[in-house]
Design a protein around this ligand. Sequence first.
Ligand code: F3S
Length: 774
Amino acid sequence: ATHAPVVEKDCTSITPPYEKLLGKLERVRELLNHRPLTLAEKILYSHLTDPEKSLAGGGKIRGDAYLQLNPQRVAMQDASAQMALLQFMSAGLPRCAVPTSIHCDHLIQAADGAASDLERSIISNQEVFDFLESAARKYGIEFWKPGSGIIHQIVLENYAAPGMLMLGTDSHTPNAGGLGLLAIGVGGADAVDAMTGTPWELKAPQVVGIHLTGELDGWATPKDIILYLTGKLTVRGGTGRILEYFGPGVHTQSCTGLATVANMGAEVGATTSTFPYTANMRAYLHATGRGPVARAADEAAAKGYLSADEGCDYDKVIEINLSKLEPMINGPFTPDLATPLSKFGSFVQERGWKDEVSACLIGSCTNSSYEDMTRVAEVAEQARAAGLKTQVPFLCTPGSEQIRATMERDGVTTSLQDVGAMVLANACGPCIGQWKRDDAKGKENAILTSFNRNFKSRNDGNSYTMNFLASPTIVTAMAFSGKLSFNPTTDSITLPNGEPFKFSSPRGQDLPSNGFSLGNQSYYPSPIPEPQPETEVIIKSDSQRLELLEPFSSHFGPQNPRGLELPALKVLMRVRGKCTTDHISAAGPWLKYKGHLTNISENTLITAVNDEGGDINVAFDHDRGAMETASDTIPTIAKRLKSRNQPWALIADENYGEGSAREHAALQPRFYGCAMIVARSFARIHETNLKKQGVLPLWFVDTADYSRIGSGDTIETIGVATLLGGDANAAIKLRVLKRSGEAIEIPVKHTMSADQLNWFRTGSALNYIRSQMA
Ligand code: F3S
């Protein structure tokens, strides 16, 4: 297609420093004896703070080495940005070290349509938006206000560039990988590393090669590539791995189609997904006003930066022949339950589900590109010409103001509305459960969405809602039939006149012939705004949702008579079995307190099991005056210890803190006075988060020692002073004074690096950063 000329933006701040990256890559190649590299390795290693340090020895790196990296950009959504910003503020820096953006998308609730939903949600979340906006102004962060769009769509349209490394405080950050970069989802504390210019650490992921051959045909779309792959890999198959696509099939996909594939790499737990630079990426950059980025990328590609080396070695290769791929429907309740469309009718029958669809939803960060929307408009047009209307509620979430305005200008919105669609605000809405859906409460029903996640209750809070994932075109066609078993590629719908109507496969258009319409200009922030240090960050004194963070004090201040050993610690409890970040800091209704550490701490460990008694949310206060042992909730006892200035320790089982990067799970115990956690083993990300907040994680040398320490015991460390004195191999022991009066010694081990010891000594990573700035 020919495209209208586009006004080019000033791309200075968004063009990767390719020359510098290529220079670093040269050093990396020498260190690795010029072995051929995957694309993912090239991008990662060219962002190393110090290649010599990270790649020393040149031996096995992937899956083994810890990389210290300098990401180029950070993006944050409105829910996770709150704690990230509060932490950043407590570092005391005047501005962010890298370009950073905030996107108000998660807090917008869908109910009656874009305009009124936006207005209502802004009022009910006003104080959070005011806080985010004022912090953005103070620190020079680009602020995308409510209604501007969904974080990942805006990043793809404005900030993503081939070959860059960026972080985002949202698990679907990898969406930007559609432009051939590495975009990684992290917790707020990790984002703060990049925002403060501190190297960000990542265990070098393995690289899985996905070889795409053939061409998609008929109703199959890029969404079906990832739905199929999710079925193959399962929800854990990508953990600790980057998915790197290659082969001729990559080049036949649009850039936005690749973004859909990258987006849902999160569903298999992948660190991120990426693709070699393609002509369609170049076209997308030009169409979105980023010609300068495209030209710079062309040059970098010519020097071999933006694709894998010939003969590179993948940890595993998966073959997908696109010509054989048919549309998929995944779910319910897990994205890896993948069923080809042709078998879905019998699958519904076998399971004995009612053959009814109750709502169809399209759009979201996963599937609201111009290509997706023109494809669904074609389905809608075919149906309208036949006199059909949608049979069930049909909701559409545009990913950004640019998409919304272009859809409107090009008649796409009218095509959808003519058949009964409701267009929602440019925000997450039903994808994140922000859907005021009253008609299905408590009822078993089935919905189809073009979103990415389908865990129980995710969309409407109703655990009886079966949620199926499919491409936008399949979801749209299903809305006209209202039947779960309908296969639009083969089945007909009977028209009122008795005639059968059958859809033909829709095509769509990847980029608008008349260019993108930017829509409402007030949604666009000025690029890289200068910080306004005089701005006061708005937090109401009586706010229940936001609270400034007080820096944690060092364990080694004058109050500690034991010098560089930890002060004597009381054991709060011994946690039994699985204790995920959800057990430590529950989600659900607590999410509204994400920016208020005091309030959210009331949920600390409330679903953890106390090994002494087997109860949930029960701890004991053995020292409560002269009274007998008193049992109470875990947060209550922890708070009581804090009020007595009594630091405490926790004893934990295997893989403590698994599940997510949620930094609240480390912040909250620390806030209540936790100084040390001794576990049989730790989940790696959580262990790092504990270190960041100044909590010492220790591992039992003999895991049987776990049961030798109980609540109310007093622990003194032996050897921590030697460790802090610079001896990384210091033997560490715990001297445990049992409540019975018996004293025992238990050997433990640590995983603290030199940097992490600095965090521990000063009380937190942020304290250390602050001390370095002073
Ligand atoms: Fe928002 Fe859903 Fe995407 S919550 S960021 S639209 S996955």
